[in-house]
Design a protein around this ligand. Structure first.
Ligand code: NOJ
Length: 763
């Protein structure tokens, strides 16, 4: 089947329509109201959770097991002897006609078999904490059918389930109360038992039967594909007080030819039985589904209207207007917690990752950005360093490793909040320190700088500590001496921000300039290798990222960040970026290092990486790092190259180039990495959805290619676009006003803050 037939983008609806259920990997969507969440595939597989997938996960999703993408949210239709599902999976009998579509916060399925058409709409609305599965049925002939909505429940604490389920499963109960199935997870030593909700399952039509015991419903040596009770046509009425729970309903429906019938199923959470009953009553109200869905549509239309563009390249336009900001919002919400690739078992809120996600939230909602950044500042110690991950929902202790970069990202995010707002009030916000006391955001930021100043190595670069942005450099500084040249550049990026803020506050910013100049001298003299900047220095003084080294001679980040930080000479920066083009670029994006390492580098004892060549962190196209190369080329005013770097990584373009059975991941959201040319699977995309690529590619596209950036007293327009693409029009909401900017040429201009609610500008 050709790619065109496999999926179609429908930009007017902000949807991707998927025409065949068996995509190379599950293609996911995230449905969420901020409290109740569902990750859902094009084939109905996925996982729901309340607040945290670590401690309040609702159903089983079997990571890495075959078949992949099980279990999920299925409604079996028993029509005569045939059993099928509108989601296509998990039955062997498939719909004769079928399409799924992922949209902004919803997924829908259109299916038809033996004259019965079903439209199923899945979403999570604002009005209740539940997954709403709304089915419209229409038959060509009179039919008597039975629906069996089904969800396989799990223990809410997935990790403890893996270890302790043989005992703890006897502490679960699942039962029917007034035509609502309720699951009660009350396991010894669970975290936050008082905040653990009941889970409910209910429908808008009366049920003739139910099951709460999974094994009773499915039967032995069977699976979701062919549950015994569905085959038999009736549920068994099982309750469960100890065992493996599920929710299953039996809903008989009589359809008259041509007449539409609706039924909605709700999988939700509430704290008490009474609250469950009230929630379900609310859900069953006549217009509940419509009100919830209208609210969701409205929310996303408003959200995305804050920035949009019109340009000739419709693939890029679609990314900028729809999918990239949508993905960035999901990253802001979920950090790197749970995806098809990440099991949602140990990662809470990563300080480094979330601080970067905040950057892309700032143009949309500085209130949300401030709240999240405040949380990250609570992870900072009085000496200025930060915890690495924290678990505010689970209440677990944070991961306390000290990395050289975490605290500096906080400075960058705070600066950009001020710049978006055009004033400094955020800096006066009081936030607790993790170890003791509290201080203003400005005091926190100054401590970030002080920490790096007091943790410089022998040569004067910041110590690498547990690692910098690149996790894989965790062995560089095990003896406390290894230094990071990239962190020096990150430092060099935030120091001028501190200088600008200090001066606006009427304080002396010269200190920051002096530190910058000292670091810049080091970068220019010590870090320069001849044709690019080196990457770091190990405990034993070995320069990683040098022509003299046998492997990993050149690393992308120190080239792009020399431009971002303005460090090194202009000639060095240009030469470094030319080396990137020459040695690291591929038609599918830029490799992070070249050549990839083997396992004995830099020594047998201290393998810097265990990844196979071309995979993951070792010589793959690391998409997150590509974003900085786009920014760097735009800053150098290399419009064609910047655009090439940007467009080659647009998922639909990369997928087209690699072929979808090689690329595999979703063509609408960025992946973390794509196997590089040193792998025999060059072009295979991995770890899609939750990646820093989303935030930074959005920034690269909107602030450096389109070039629309906030300034203290207006908007800067500093486009860097290929001539063939012009003109381009941008609509940007800024400090409560709407700006409509048509760009005819790559010329830097300043738009003063408008006095009127709408402002039209031609550049
Ligand atoms: C993924 C991690 O989530 C992120 O924190 C890190 O910066 C990159 N890998 C690069 O190592």
């Amino acid at each position: 089947m050709s790619q065109k037939e496999q999926y179609t983008f429908c930009d007017a609806e902000k949807e991707i329509q998927i025409n065949k259920y068996d995509t190379p990997t599950p293609w996911m969507n995230y449905l969420s109201n901020g409290t109740f969440h569902t990750m859902l595939s094009q084939a109905g597989g996925g996982v729901a959770f309340y607040k945290s997938p670590q401690i309040w996960r609702i159903n089983h999703y079997r990571f890495f097991h075959l078949p992949t993408d099980r279990s999920g949210f299925y409604t079996y239709i028993r029509d005569g002897e045939t059993v099928w599902c509108p989601t296509s999976e998990p039955c062997a009998a498939k719909p004769e006609q079928w399409q799924a579509a992922h949209g902004m916060g919803y997924t829908r399925y259109e299916a038809k078999r033996e004259g019965l058409a079903v439209n199923a709409l899945y979403f999570v609305g604002e009005l209740e904490n539940c997954l709403i599965m709304h089915l419209q049925l229409k038959s060509d002939t009179d039919k008597k059918i039975t629906l069996f909505p089904y969800v396989e429940l799990g223990m809410m604490e997935f990790m403890r389930e893996l270890q302790w389920q043989c005992y703890n499963k006897h502490q679960l109960s699942c039962y029917n109360r007034e035509d609502i199935l309720i699951y009660h997870y009350a396991v010894e030593n669970q975290p936050k038992p008082d905040e653990t909700p009941l889970v409910y399952f209910a429908a808008t039509l009366p049920a003739a039967g139910f099951d709460c015991d999974r094994d009773e419903f499915v039967g032995s040596y069977r699976s979701e594909e062919n549950p015994k009770r569905v085959e038999e046509g009736h549920c068994s009425g099982s309750t469960l007080y100890g065992g493996d729970p599920c929710f299953a309903l039996e809903i008989p429906i009589e359809l008259k030819a041509g007449q539409e019938q609706e039924v909605t199923i709700f999988l939700g959470t509430a704290m008490t039985e009474q609250a469950v009953i009230s929630a379900v009553q609310h859900c069953r109200e006549q217009d509940f589904v419509k009100r919830s869905f209208d609210g969701l549509k409205q929310h996303w239309d408003t959200y995305l209207s804050r920035f949009s563009c019109e340009m000739k390249d419709k693939t890029a336009e679609r990314m900028i207007n729809i999918w990239n900001p949508y993905q960035a919002e999901r990253n802001f919400q979920f950090s790197r917690n749970i995806s098809y690739y990440a099991t949602g078992t140990f990662r809470g809120v990563g300080v480094r990752d979330t601080a970067q996600d905040i950057l892309a939230m700032i143009p949309f909602d500085t209130k949300r950005a401030r709240e999240k950044l405040n949380l990250l500042f609570t992870q900072q110690y009085q000496d200025g360093h930060c915890n690495h991950y924290c678990f505010p929902t689970e209440g677990w202790d944070p991961v306390t490793r000290t990395h050289s970069d975490n605290h500096l990202w906080l400075v960058m995010a705070a600066y950009h909040i001020c710049l978006e707002e055009g004033e400094l009030s955020y800096l006066d916000t009081q936030v607790e320190f993790y170890d003791s006391g509290r201080g203003t955001v400005w005091e926190h930021m100054k401590k970030s700088i002080a920490f790096t100043v007091s943790h410089l190595g022998e040569r004067g670069f910041p110590l690498m500590l547990a690692s910098d942005w690149n996790d894989m450099l965790y062995r560089v500084c095990t003896k406390g001496k290894g230094e990071s040249i990239w962190t020096s550049m990150q430092f060099g990026t935030v120091l001028p921000m501190m200088e600008a803020l200090a001066e606006r506050r009427g304080e002396d910013g010269r200190l920051y300039r002096e530190i910058y100049e000292a670091q810049n001298r080091l970068v220019t003299e010590t870090a320069w290798d001849g044709a690019w900047f080196r990457r770091c220095i190990t405990d034993t003084g070995r320069m990683i990222g040098s022509e003299k080294e046998p492997q990993a001679k050149i690393w992308l980040n120190t080239q792009s960040w020399s431009v971002i930080s303005g460090m090194g000479t202009p000639n060095q920066q240009k030469t470094a970026m030319d080396s990137v083009y020459r040695l690291l670029n591929t038609p599918l994006g830029i490799k992070k290092i070249h050549p990839a390492m083997t396992t004995d580098y830099p020594s047998k004892e201290e393998a810097l990486t265990c990844y196979n060549k071309g995979c993951g962190e070792n010589g793959s196209v690391f998409c997150h790092a590509n974003t900085w190369a786009v920014i760097a080329e735009a800053k150098l005013k290399h419009a064609d190259r910047a655009w090439e770097y940007y467009t080659q990584l647009i998922p639909a373009n990369a997928q087209k180039y690699a072929g979808q059975w090689r690329y595999k991941a979703e063509p609408y959201v960025y992946a973390s990495n794509i196997f590089g040319p040193e792998s025999d699977k060059f072009g295979l995309a991995n770890v899609s959805w939750l990646t820093g690529t989303a935030a930074w590619m959005y920034i690269a596209a909107t602030q450096y290619l389109l070039g629309i950036r906030p300034d203290w007293d207006g908007l800067i327009v500093d486009p860097c676009l290929p001539a063939a693409l012009l003109p381009v029009t941008v609509h940007r909401r800024f400090r409560g006003k709407m700006y409509h900017i048509t760009i005819h040429q790559n010329r830097k201009a300043k738009i003063p803050e408008s006095a009127l609610p709408e402002c039209w500008v031609e550049i």
